[in-house]
Design a protein around this ligand. Sequence first.
Ligand code: CUK
Ligand code: CUA
Length: 664
Amino acid sequence: MAGRIPSSRVVAVGAILFAVVVLAVTIGPSALSSAQGDSSSWQVIAEERGLTEADLRAAAMTYTPSGVMDPYVMVASGGHSGQVFIIGMPSMRLLRSVAVFTPEPWQGYGYGAGEEVLAGGDMNGRQVRWGDTHHPALSETNGDYDGQWAFINDKANARVAVIDLRDFETKQIVNNPLFLNDHGGTFVTPNTEYIIEGGQYGQPLGSEYAPLAEYETAYRGMITFWKFDREAGRIDPSQSFAMELPPYWQDLCDSGKLVSDGWVFCNSINTELATGGIEKGNPPFEAGASRNTTDFLHIINLKAAEAVYKAGNTVEIAGMQVITLDTVIENDLLFFTPEPRSPHGVDIAPGGDYIVVSGKLDPHVTVYSFQKILDTIAAGTTETDQYGVPILPYESVLEAQVEVGLGPLHTQFGPDGYAYTSLFLDSAVARWSIGAEGYRPQDGWSLISKVPIQYNVGHIAAAEGDTVSPDGQFLVALNKWSVDRFLNTGPLLPQNFQLIDIGQEGDTLQVLYDMPFGVGEPHYAQIIKADKLAAWEVYPEVGWNPLTQSPDPNSVAQGTEGVTREGNEVTVRMTAVRSHFTPEHVEIKAGDKVKWTITNVERARDATHGFSIPYYGINLSIEPGETVTFEFEATEPGVFSWYCTEFCSALHLEMMGYLTIEPE
Ligand code: CUK
Ligand code: CUA
């Protein structure tokens, strides 16, 4: 695999690193002590703080002076905070949160604005105002991140969200009508035609009722392919479809690429069809779902499935077009092959040619050859599972097994033929070599080294690690437990993101930095080169509506502000600019229905204004150029002082006004 040319900033970091190492080596310990007189010298500070040479190297690799930008950006899930977090790397500075499934006041999301987006995730009219985000997916063009969109799933409620990377705001939430949970999402096909959302815990499709005693017959699994309309920047549910699957618990998925473009691979657990019931004397789920020595890797022919869907060979369930399991089998859309027990991650190598699976209860990573899968399918198979899905013999599709350690979960890839696997039970990250042509045939399929992490690593994310051309350089271990790494702030501990240097060959992995993460529980992250992002500095025009990403016909120009009334319907048209709102008085009557539009007419970068009305639960963030409209019913009379919630200027405290609501 051809290495990528590192960006100039990586070179710069490398140069600083080189300088410090050279300094440390050439100056040496004696020079350190001779510098003792000068308490300002970095050698003295380093010595007093007990920093080792490795620490200094780590500092040189991560320290990012004020005003210097990070070369990489990590887009991390926020777990059950329901949000997404944006982190600069290698500085590991939190750049911002992106509100997705959970209302968030700083961004003015869900407190008068953003309601339409959140409402997309309503379930049968019920507001569900949190989520459990697991797997962010950056949009791809030809298998490479293109920096335009990000997608994320809500495991708790089977929803998928679309984030526009021009302003890093959530534009759409869709709710999967078939299922109430998902885990195999989100993943994108190499040109972002589809966003993949696999389910997890079996249930009747369409969220109907059936007793657990009917698990085998009435419960099912599913995978949904949401069509993404790039032009519109939205998922198009009318062009989306799903496949009915056996009620195994489908786990993670990954999209094929290059040679395996058009295919999708998913793990499953609980091929035992355990239904639990520890209180009735049944084995608990954790035992019942781990009895078998193998589960099934799902091999899905998405291209063929799309043709079946387009031919209309589907049934409609709860409004979703579904290819039934019978049709799936008839059309050879799904194949199984055994995979080691309780598999978790499935990850496709950069060439699309190898599929790496980790069984949580097996110390190996198991590597399947896509070519062998094709050959075995072509040769025909006789064995099926109890639902009639063909099973490809394990030996005929297996390429290699590499013993990496205990509790392997997830795998990422470097540019140099190395792969990295998180080891949950070992609390380590393993580097191993892909012993195939185009990767590292010189090393064979072998474990190269391991680095201990602190502690209980879940996912790992490498720079551009899911693309057809990974960057290497850095890898982040997203650790579940931090235990003794940080000052104690009570029994609820942060997670620990550990930055690891993977930039050099061989046995050289080094933990560089610990970032406590005290918000939700991130699962997965993707890391993109910063220069691929082209976010706006301010909205392109004054009067911009971020929901439509176009000028809002309702926007308010300076000089046209005012309050108008038709019957009991009041329209407020307001502008915001440092350091006043216009108008400053809004005088209405109890029972009025109010429609209120505010345009921030600023063009200066960072000149954001907030707007809050007490009691009525309104809180907006109005970024430069943005127009926001909110509505409420003035049910309660009184005097309500609104103010700007962003410290925008020296006279920010004076940026306020009065809403008076006269009793009827
Ligand atoms: S999961 Cu959380 S560590 Cu949702 Cu990808 Cu594996
Ligand atoms: Cu505007 Cu504070």
